[in-house]
Write a protein that binds this ligand. Structure first.
Ligand code: AMP
Length: 274
């Protein structure tokens, strides 16, 4: 189905809620839509051994959050690269004061970087920010952001870079997610996933193709999951409040991905097709 307006969408959902499944389904139904996952961008940088990748590797390994500044730079850079936003007006002039405040390593190397730099540095009331980039209204400049923003500070900066027009909060009761995870078995070497409720292996505890034993991942254990879920609830609250106040938040709830998808499609059609 073709979009008539540019969709600039953020998906927010707890681990295990099926955010990945919904993203895939949305991309299939609306081919003009593309997805940007901040976790994937970071992992690619780590793999390519870029300066940013080297910088963030230990934070990621420890399960911490990468700094807001770095994340904003990384995602904005991707938006510029894909042509979904572009700078307007003359490039900002780098003053000696702003250069020294940013530090010798932080000198921007492109007009796009200096725009983001000036937005990031214009925190105070007297901050003299460059005009915000211009977002393309072409439907092919439609995107789903996954994993970014994660904090209210990231969201506030993103507001100054690109206007998000829909924030989807996907909800499933925690007990339902926990039950789903408890019945998930994996064939480690191939990554094949089984579910003892709706996708059973032919022989209990064995991979259909190789006959090798299936395991449950340690991060699928109930306690580990519960801790991740609680952390998500805590960090996503300010984010949801931020977008609630801006009037772009929409909540969809259901017991399964199949229940949620039709609702999500309907909302997309209302918002970006009709
Ligand atoms: P994910 O694949 O979304 O779970 O992200 C993997 C890791 O990348 C996270 O555990 C964080 O260390 C880092 N990360 C991804 N997105 C962000 C973000 N928006 N802010 C801070 N750190 C992030």
């Amino acid at each position: 189905m073709r979009l008539r307006r540019a969709a600039r969408v953020i998906l927010i959902g707890a681990p295990g809620v099926g955010k990945g499944t919904q993203s895939e389904r949305l991309l299939r139904r609306f081919p003009q839509l593309q997805s940007i996952s901040s976790g994937d961008l970071l992992r690619q940088n780590v793999k390519d051994r870029t300066p940013l990748g080297i910088k963030v590797e230990s934070t990621m390994k420890a399960g911490g959050l990468v700094s807001d500044d770095l994340m904003v730079r990384l995602v904005s850079n991707e938006l510029f690269k894909r042509g979904w936003i572009k700078g307007q007006g003359p490039p900002p002039v780098m003053t000696l004061a702003s250069a020294s405040a940013a530090g010798p390593d932080a000198l921007p190397t492109s007009p796009e970087e200096s725009i983001i730099d000036s937005i990031l540095n214009a925190a105070g009331p007297r901050g003299d920010a460059h005009p915000p980039p211009e977002a393309s209204e072409c439907p092919s400049a439609s995107f789903l952001l996954d994993g970014f923003p994660r904090t209210a500070a990231q969201a506030a900066t993103l507001d100054r870079i690109v206007p998000i027009n829909l924030v989807v909060s996907i909800k499933t009761p925690v007990e339902v997610i926990m039950e789903r995870i408890a019945s998930r078995w994996v064939h480690e070497p191939s990554g094949r996933i089984y579910n003892t409720t709706f996708n059973k292996p032919k022989v209990a505890g064995r991979d259909d193709v190789t006959g090798e034993p299936l395991i449950q991942r340690p991060d699928d254990s109930a306690e580990v999951f519960r801790a991740r879920f609680d952390k998500f609830e805590e960090t996503s609250r300010p984010l949801l409040e931020h977008y609630g106040a801006r009037g772009v938040l929409w909540e969809v709830s259901g017991m399964s991905s199949d229940e949620i998808s039709p609702e999500l499609f309907r909302r997309f059609e209302e918002e970006f097709v009709n």
